[in-house]
Design a protein around this ligand. Structure first.
Ligand SMILES: [Zn+2]
Length: 211
């Protein structure tokens, strides 16, 4: 069972990893984790510079955004995080990145052809149209998208992923960026895409629940 201390440690660890990888911008993106009870989540604070985040900057909130612990205001995307947990009861962590290549992938309405195994695992990723960041409308649209996939690309904005563990949520966010990057390189080379044969796509798709 995860404790509040575990939740805080995991958020700090993953936020620092994602920032170092360039998937969070200095103030863009946010990470949350369920704490010891289902009524509360821990989340990164609003606007604060994400490089070198420490656990005393984190905030514990209820579903309506009221702060139970912590001195900073919570991320303005707190409703989107709560909608993600509502959509995926098994999820214990949610990661919202502003990953540049995957965001551009969404803006240009790309989909993942079966160019490698990760692309097959990510083929169910949903695109969410533009809504104002921090709005209830965005939270509701992301919640709907996450019922169909554990990853969503928010057009003209960023990404949202959830996972049974913090590591799963972060891995999916990293896979989305890496796979979008490979597809971008393929398109820059400009040759014909070589695709994994359909019978293998079917077999590999059955393994996608591991993440
Ligand atoms: Zn954002």
């Amino acid at each position: 069972m995860r404790t509040d201390a575990d939740a805080r440690d995991e958020i700090v660890q993953i936020t620092n990893e994602l920032f170092a990888m360039g998937l969070l911008t200095p103030t863009g993106g946010n990470v949350s984790a369920r704490g010891a009870t289902d009524e509360l989540i821990w989340i990164t604070p609003s606007r604060l510079y994400k490089g070198g985040l420490t656990s005393d900057a984190l905030v514990c909130i209820r579903a309506d955004g009221t702060v139970v612990e912590g001195t900073n205001p919570p991320s303005v995307e707190y409703q989107m995080h709560w909608a993600s947990y509502a959509a995926r009861p098994e999820a214990t962590a949610a990661v919202h990145t502003h990953a540049p290549v995957a965001t551009a992938f969404g803006i240009t309405n790309q989909t993942f052809p079966p160019i490698n195994t990760d692309a097959i695992f990510l083929a169910d990723t949903r695109a969410v149209p533009w809504f104002m960041p921090g709005s209830t409308e965005l939270a509701e649209a992301v919640g709907e998208a996450l019922k169909a996939s554990r990853g969503a690309i928010l057009q003209c904005h960023g990404l949202m992923t959830v996972g049974k563990s913090m590591r799963d949520a972060a891995t999916r966010a990293m896979m989305l960026e890496e796979t979008a990057k490979i597809l971008l390189y393929c398109k820059q080379f400009g040759g014909e895409l070589t695709l994994i044969p359909p019978e293998w796509v079917e077999r590999l798709a059955q393994l996608s629940s591991f993440l």
